[in-house]
Design a protein. Structure first.
Length: 218
């Protein structure tokens, strides 16, 4: 879609991020607000994330590579300066020699009244399904509504707004505001300034056991 003013709606846009939480559930850890997504070696295990609703500011995205375990993984680095997430689920299968596969699963965020919140999020993802809308974050009666772009596609990645920037002359895209619903994502890495996870519940369950805790988020 070439429209850059007002609202832009993309259904199941495959390169949009939703914030996720590392398997260690790093809560409230302060990190510098610089490009952090590729600053650590990834485990080599992808994790799945779902969320009912994500509302975020200063969305930015560009291509990059994360590495670890002797391999490199092309990803879309997706970032928000701030994000509010309802009903977050994260899961990763963990093979345990001699015991089979176990599912590490995390739930947090109790809806609109008590969501997960995060700052300076950067995600290295390779797949996402969602219903997404990008806009300038202003109300239609704001006198500046038609003066501020809703989304910039093809922006130089080194000029992206907010805390996340890529390499000069590389493809990037940005929007002042993004709203995603019905999110399903796989990712290799997540970094953030802070995470607040109300209602955090984490389980490690054999994949052979009955019940939802033995299943991945999707």
């Amino acid at each position: 879609m070439s429209q850059t003013y007002g609202k832009t709606s993309w259904k199941r846009f495959a390169l949009v991020m939703v914030p996720s939480i590392a398997a260690t559930a790093a809560i409230g850890v302060g990190l510098a607000s610089s490009a952090l997504a590729a600053s650590f070696s990834v485990s080599g295990m992808k994790f799945k994330v779902t969320a009912d609703d994500l509302d975020g500011t200063n969305f930015a995205q560009y291509g990059d590579v994360v590495s670890g375990s002797g391999a490199a993984h092309p990803v879309a680095i997706s970032a928000f300066d701030t994000a509010s997430i309802q009903h977050l689920c994260q899961s990763v299968p963990i093979p345990v020699p001699g015991l089979g596969t176990y599912i590490l699963k995390l739930h947090a965020g109790n809806g609109a009244t008590d969501p997960v919140t995060a700052t300076n999020l950067m995600i290295g993802l390779d797949s996402l399904n969602a219903d997404a809308q990008f806009d300038n974050g202003l109300k239609t009666d704001d006198p500046n509504y038609n003066k501020v772009n809703g989304i910039n596609i093809g922006q130089d990645a080194a000029t992206l707004p907010g805390h996340a920037q890529g390499m000069s002359s590389m493809f990037g895209q940005s929007a002042p505001h993004a709203h995603l619903t019905n999110v399903q994502q796989t990712a290799w890495s997540t970094s953030a300034g802070t995470f607040k996870l109300p209602g955090l519940h984490l389980t490690v369950t054999s994949a052979a056991a009955p019940g939802d805790d033995a299943k991945e988020c999707y």
